[in-house]
Design a protein around this ligand. Sequence first.
Ligand code: DX5
Ligand code: ZN
Length: 216
Amino acid sequence: MKVAPSILAADFTKLPEEIKKTEEAGADFLHLDIMDGVFVPNITFGPKIVETINRITAIPLDAHLMIVEPERYIDRFIEAGADWISFHAEATKNTNNCIKMIKSGSCKAGLAISPPTSWQEIEQYIAIIDFILIMTVNPGFCGQAFMPEVIPKIEEVHRHIDKNKLSCMIEVDGGVSPKNAGLLCNAGVNIVVAGASVYKSCDYNAAIKAMKCLKD
Ligand code: DX5
Ligand code: ZN
């Protein structure tokens, strides 16, 4: 399983050091939570910061857009250097266009769904996206409790992908820690996002390793 630490939980007064430590700890991606204060009740940062982060790290950047009308900003995040870009199905009426825009920028295209959204609502897109981001908390803040009731949805999506021999990967975001990573791995998850469980731990390396489900 791959691990994408969410820098939202990092110490922003030491962001370059935090990113370096994340890199050295073996992270596979850097997860960047983009919030607009409209789609979610929180505001984070935009393309300028993504571009700055891109200059100081070689880790692929996984931008999670929690913004309304993502089609207005996707190009800006591509230009800023995001490698993987996901947007919320609940936030746009132009899902097909958004997927096309992301792919035409040579980025991996992901569609995110919040806990109340069923996977069947986006079933038609699973064959054309690179990854589905299944939220296990309501988007907006890091450090929230994992919602175990989302697990059946993850398993169903995994079965659907398997049955139809699709290449769509499954990313899970929200409250992931070494405690539930094994369970997610068994449910067919390919990538986990981890904020608090990495940045609030005293050993980033050990936390990331534990979530990759590797033994020492
Ligand atoms: C929530 C964000 C998550 C969050 C993860 O809206 O999308 O990526 O920062 O943080 P933890 O792992 O602490 O839930
Ligand atoms: Zn996220």
